[in-house]
Design a protein around this ligand. Structure first.
Ligand SMILES: C[S@@+](CC[C@H](N)C(=O)[O-])C[C@H]1O[C@@H](n2cnc3c(N)ncnc32)[C@H](O)[C@@H]1O
Length: 265
């Protein structure tokens, strides 16, 4: 059972999951004792974790709003997690009610809850796939139903590429998606960094190794490289709380960097 007593369906609730840990950090109820226990271990090493996750969510909302205001009406959210706590479809439709969203996550929990939440919403779909399997995502019937690849798409990869080890070539993965998008499309991504807490990051990395998705922190330069071939929207690649925060954002040490890039013709 989850914190609110929702039945667990067929998902393995004994193995901590990044999607459910993230839900726990955000104050959600779609999590289990194993998730909460591991999340608390991360919080013990990095007490700011819930705030960092909320800031990431605020970036998601700012980036989605930017894309919708720029005229984009179709969104693909890779590594979406559970679509609650201010998700893409609600944020986009607050600006343009006709927005369509394909959510994608590797974890059964996110997919099960996501499909339940979106059951009555024909303009949203949830794809159960590993984002490394591009065809599994892009050629999925739900993607084909909702996305017109001849028109600009907003592709979101927020706080997910840190779950790809270097051997999976995160920059090459982003580039391969970019190459499939129409000009005018935008890619928004955020990525965790340990630049501010290298002394403690080994501990956090080893905690995440016990979840279904181990974590790989990257530097600002490595994160900026993910935007190769895209024109960055101001303010560029910046600490997560800075994007969309206005002209005088609070100075903070970075726990993650983010940005939005546009595909030019
Ligand atoms: C920290 S949550 C981020 C949720 C959301 N993108 C956000 O920023 O608010 C990371 C999510 O990425 C998912 N994930 C990790 N590796 C993935 C992969 N290879 N393919 C698809 N999803 C993945 C996890 O299951 C989890 O739900």
């Amino acid at each position: 059972m989850t914190a609110t007593g929702t039945p667990a369906a067929t998902m393995d609730t004994t193995k901590p999951s990044a999607a459910r840990m993230y839900d726990y950090y955000l104050g959600g109820t779609h999590n289990f004792p194993a998730d909460r226990e591991l999340a608390e271990q991360v919080i013990a090493s990095l007490p700011d974790t819930p705030r960092i996750m909320r800031e990431n969510r605020a970036f998601l909302q700012a980036a989605v709003a930017h894309c919708a205001r720029a005229g984009i009406r179709q969104f693909i959210d890779l590594g979406a997690g559970i679509p609650t706590q201010g998700p893409v479809h609600e944020t986009a439709r607050a600006i343009a009610p006709d927005c369509r969203v394909v959510y994608c996550d590797i974890e059964e929990t996110a997919v099960t809850y996501g499909r339940r939440i979106l059951a009555d919403d024909d303009a949203c779909g949830f794809v159960h796939a590993d984002l490394r399997d591009r065809e599994g995502v892009l050629a999925h019937p739900e993607t084909a139903r909702l996305i017109d690849f001849d028109r600009p798409v907003a592709l979101l990869m927020l706080s997910v590429l840190q779950f790809l080890p270097d051997r999976d070539d995160p920059a090459g993965t982003v580039a391969a998606y970019r190459d499939r998008l129409a000009p005018g499309s935008m890619i928004a991504l955020s990525h965790a960094t340990d630049e501010a807490f290298r002394d403690r990051s080994d501990g956090i990395t080893s905690v995440y190794r016990r979840s279904s998705t181990p974590i790989s922190y990257r530097s600002r330069e490595e994160i900026a490289d993910l935007f190769t071939g895209l024109e960055l929207v101001p303010p560029g690649v910046v600490p997560v709380p800075v994007w969309g925060a206005g002209p005088a954002p609070a100075a903070r040490e970075a726990n993650g960097f983010c940005g939005v890039g546009v595909k030019k013709p």
